[in-house]
Design a protein around this ligand. Sequence first.
Ligand code: K7E
Length: 623
Amino acid sequence: MKKWVPAASGLLAGFLAATVFFADLSPAQRSEASNDTNKSNAEKVYVPFGEKDEYYLFASGGHSGQMFIYGVPSMRHIRTVPVFSKDSATGYGWDTHSKEMLGDYTWGDLHHPAFSEKDGDYDGKYMFATDVGNSRAALMNLETFTVKDIINVPNTSGPHCAAFVTSNTEYMFLPTRFAVPIGREYASLDEYSEKYRGVMSAVTFDDKKEKLNIAYQVALPPWSYDLSDAGKKVSADWAVMTTYNTEEATTNLEINASQADRDYIVLFNWKELEKMIKDGQYDEVTGQKMIFPEKHKGGIYLVPVAKSPHGVDVTPDGKRFIASGKLAPAMTVFSFEKAFEAIKKEDFAGERNGIPVLKYESVMEKEVNPENALGPLHTQFDEKGMAYTTMFISSEIVKWDPNTGETLDRVPVQYSPGHSVAAEGDTVDPDGKYLIALNKIAKDSYLSVGPSHPESMQLIDLSGKKMEVIQSSPVNPEPHYAQMIKADKIKTISVYPKDENNPDAVYSQDQTKIVRKGNEVHVYGIAMRSKFIFDAKVERPDQIEVNEGDKVVIHLTNIDFDQDITHGFAINGYDLNIEVQPGQTNTIEFTADKAGTFPIYCTNFCSALHQEMTGYFLVKPKK
Ligand code: K7E
């Protein structure tokens, strides 16, 4: 490896030129590391057909708006679960519930998934996610791998770093990447410092109703809030998040937001914020309980950090938080204990925007600077608490000891990793074993598909003396963060249970009916191998006839209580398609605004006579 230590002023250029730095690794260099097990790499990742992977990988789909599910170690793509964007494969965005959840939005930008937790460990029940593109938060149920709720988060613009949840899923916090005036009203950028804010939201969820809810918000200064992490164990009541652009630049951020030597980590005690809300220490703004730190004092502190930080991660023991700077070569290890002490003694360096600023030296424990490692972004941990940090510029993973700062190992990856994810690597009890580098640039890794390449995920074996890249998988744009959970923690259902209380559901042919109420037509139908029955009492039970302009509501129940017998329901020429999974009742509503003859068919291949699973949708023209 060529030694190259850029001058500090060259760091920015180095960051931008990151992809050039390691572009010329030979395949031999790529697999130069080897560990001492007797298995070949192929054997380590081979999961025979029918056998299951040991872990699920939930990789965020970035601006696809979706979540990608992979098996580890095979790196087989198992499913894409639609979250913030429509998906015709599953009818997501067409059926009434998902259409209502997506509202008027057509895309999302999902960066950070987060599992629900119990005592700081994944419990395998829910997944949370946020949408940087259109400021939303989503809740996914892991019995069915389907989204149950999406909320728009008002007053924020680009909740980036979330989702991150507290140790018992009390809250999901959503800091915001962009500052905007509260309520998004118009305000000239000349008024940026006075009128703009970076609002952070505290979101709770109700697991009975499977609903998200905004508990309160905090009107932080007009900076960019980036990555965050919740405390664990000794720091369980706390959370940390990085900020950049504390310069409050309003244009050309690449240069202007990189001026100051230090930005901040925001350190906050969510138990205290919760208490402030209970005590009425907030203003009511645009229907939200909003804490203004310059006015409602307590619970929030700033810790100076090397300029323009990106990631911040809490160690599994909850004692330290590690910040990484895009432009600073060093990772900084901070001590929660030291911070608590300084807060107790009110040993502050001053305040900024009404928020107390702690002294860097009194919270910092050490600066860690592995030789020639550049562009540290995100850190994960193994079962011994050792840290693995992605180096975006020098395209590698560096393993190091947070206790001593010593570099233990490093492995090149192709190329420019953003996050990495270790097996249960952000819980109180990581597994070690596997780490996956989520690389931004695949370049020469796969068969070419033109000028734009897929992203690349590289699986690294952590079990040997040295880290070793053992498998690689292309992936659609674009995983930012991912989480890896032990497969046996997730308990899926195989069919939807019968719900006799659901007025939309019908479970036998003789219950099927088509009901007209004025100009509304309600269909209570069933889908089964290999037919649709909308009304069993008429001559052609698989036909729906309406008048042009009618509102049509179709409730369809899949009565094949048999795993994997999913049916689809599409109306040819009407731009409609929904899915009904085994036992599920699903609803679609639309206006019959086109007169004519439109075949109905099942889109999800379900039996040998799938082609016969059809019907007709007839729309009588207005006179
Ligand atoms: Cu570093 Cu959105 Cu977590 Cu991308 S973020 S890499």
